[in-house]
Design a protein around this ligand. Structure first.
Ligand SMILES: *Cc1c(COP(=O)(O)O)cnc(C)c1O
Length: 463
């Protein structure tokens, strides 16, 4: 194991050799924690997984430029890695914008997407030279016309849920009916409208909603043309799942997107297409490790109850040192019930107890999981949660009172080589490092089979 410090600004990334997984790194960290007595919760993030997702996306949606929505996970490692890979960014607020700018992302690769933008945010975007902004109503349009007259606006279209089995949780976007009026209003205000965006929402399971939305966008482009606009940007939003089990769904959705684009925005039509993905990039890359701080047992047999089966039986309540006001924000956002992996090996056939996991706040909403069947655990035991990258890192919440959990970044050498190649320039390798670097990638991308790229891609063809 080699530690390479300093390549991503002040980030430390542990470079792991082939065959050495992030699980091994996690074991090392837990051994270290055992020795030092440190029981803080932490993440292990496999940035190689983020790179893999990026390459998979470029291959699956060859006409689409990937943008990342940092509202899903603002961790510096992810933002800096994607900045290096040439992704764009869809920022919902000022702190996200500042984070992305600090990663050196050029302003023409940023779009401001928040549905209700504070004037100070619009002014900040203007001061940073960020021009692309979405809007879905007259008031927002007026705010931008006033505080950022050179903005290039993107009309955000509501996805039509009535024609799909999917119910998106998104409560923004203009209806198709209101678009003509909005475009006319923009004309009156002298605001430039350069394109259309939509976001199908994160709980959508019906990929046909993409076809409908892309068709709707086409109609708005035509309205715009009638009013004399030259629209040339289509933003198809996010909504792709990032868990490995959903790979089939990803392939299905991207196939649907490609055919709809070919139909409504054929190659050569002069429209630039971007997607703005959140969960897809980060979900599977993050593993969270958390410690049990309190334990209570609750007898299942209530005094006076006739139910003799329950006599002598109990369930357990465990409090962990992080909860939904911290790193388990995904429980609220994604409506998911996280299932832990136990770090301690239990006896071959342990007795199982109904168990619930709670955060440290004592708040009645701070419930991470209920109704789990687990062996009896002890204070100080570690629980491991996989696919914790999406919405797991809010800004430190005042309720939890804790600092955000530390993230240990790791990636394989192969992934690191891919990043260096994608960047189009070779980063300075440290002396002793140069020798042990695996086969140079002069041959193109074959070597990166492990990164799921089938045909030989050159950096040029990818960028
Ligand atoms: C959150 C968000 C996204 C990303 O959504 P995912 O489902 O995480 O991919 C994209 N576009 C907009 C406008 C968003 O608000």
């Amino acid at each position: 194991m080699v530690t390479m410090a300093g390549y991503l600004d002040e980030l430390d990334i542990t470079l792991v050799e082939e065959g050495f997984t992030t699980k091994d790194l996690l074991e090392n960290l837990l051994t270290e924690a055992f020795q030092t007595g440190n029981r803080e919760a932490f993440f292990v993030a496999d940035l190689g997984d983020v790179v893999k997702k990026h390459l998979r996306l470029l291959k699956a949606l060859p006409r689409v430029k990937p943008f990342y929505a940092p509202k899903c996970n603002r961790s510096k490692g992810v933002v800096q890695m994607l900045a290096r890979l040439g992704a764009g960014f869809g920022c919902a607020n000022k702190p996200e914008l500042a984070l992305v700018k600090s990663a050196g992302v050029p302003s023409d690769r940023i779009i401001c997407t928040g549905p209700c933008k504070q004037i100070s945010q619009i002014r900040y975007a203007a001061s940073q030279g960020v021009q692309l902004m979405t809007f879905d109503n007259e008031v927002e349009l007026g705010k931008v016309a006033w505080s950022h007259p050179s903005a290039r606006m993107v009309l955000s279209l509501a996805t039509d849920e009535s024609r799909s089995s999917c119910r998106s949780s998104m409560k923004f976007g203009a209806t198709l009916k209101s678009c003509r009026h909005l475009l006319e209003t923009a004309k009156d205000m002298n605001v430039e409208v350069v394109g259309v965006s939509f976001h199908i929402g994160s709980s959508c399971t019906d990929p046909q909603i993409f076809t409908q939305s892309i068709a709707d966008a086409r109609l708005v482009f035509e309205m715009g043309a009638e009013l004399g606009y030259k629209m040339r940007l289509l933003d198809i939003g996010g909504g792709f799942s990032g868990v490995e089990e959903a790979k089939g769904c990803f392939e299905e959705a991207t196939t649907v997107v490609n055919s709809a684009l070919d139909l409504y925005f054929p190659e050569g039509c002069g429209v630039e297409i971007i997607a703005e993905l959140g969960r897809y990039y980060v979900d599977s890359a993050f593993t969270f490790v958390v410690n049990i701080v309190t334990k209570k047992d609750v007898p299942l047999h209530q005094p006076g109850s006739e139910d003799e089966d329950l006599r002598g039986k109990k369930s357990f309540i465990y409090h962990l040192n992080d909860g939904i006001y911290g790193s388990f924000g995904s429980v609220l956002f994604n409506n998911m019930c996280p299932i832990p992996i136990l770090h301690k090996k239990s006896s071959p056939d342990p007795a199982l107890y109904s168990s619930s996991l709670w955060g440290p706040t004592g708040d009645s909403l701070d419930c991470i999981a209920e109704g789990l069947e687990l062996p009896e655990l002890q204070i100080g035991d570690w629980l491991i949660f996989e696919t914790m990258g999406a919405h797991a890192r809010p800004a430190a919440s005042s309720l939890s009172g804790a600092q955000p959990a530390r993230i240990y970044y790791a990636m394989s050498r192969v992934a690191w080589e891919a990043v260096r190649l994608l960047q189009g320039k070779v980063l300075p390798a440290e002396e002793e490092d140069r020798e042990s670097t695996c086969t140079p990638l002069s041959c193109g991308w074959e070597i990166t089979d492990a990164l799921c790229i089938a045909p030989i891609l050159t950096p040029e063809s990818i960028m």
